[in-house]
Design a protein. Structure first.
Length: 106
């Protein structure tokens, strides 16, 4: 059975990592799994190299002409070996009725 270490033990190891020891090297030196050390770093709230500053939202400026998309005039719907070409904007209930009829008759 693996030895259980205290919270203070993990905090010391995390301190070594933060001082530049590297997760792999520190874990190997102390005989623990790197993934466990990474988990403890997260658990103790000392994620990878936090700067202590809050995230900032920056303004975004979009330059150039806006992109526009044209809807196709026809949409093709294939059900088994039957292809339907429908105008864009065709009633959805009508299409569903057509598909149900095609499925039941094929």
């Amino acid at each position: 059975m693996a030895k259980r270490h205290s919270r203070e033990f993990w905090a010391r190891l995390i301190g070594e990592v933060e001082r530049g020891g590297g997760v792999e090297a520190v874990a190997r030196r102390h005989g623990v799994r790197p993934r466990t050390l990474i988990w403890w770093r997260w658990r103790l709230g000392q994620g990878p190299r936090r700067s202590g500053r809050k995230a900032q939202l920056l303004p975004v400026v979009v330059r150039g002409a806006p992109v526009t998309f044209e809807r196709p005039a026809l949409v093709e719907l294939a059900v088994r070996d039957v292809a339907l070409r429908l105008e864009t904007g065709t009633d959805v209930d009508y299409i569903a009725t057509l598909v149900a009829a095609l499925r039941s008759s094929c």
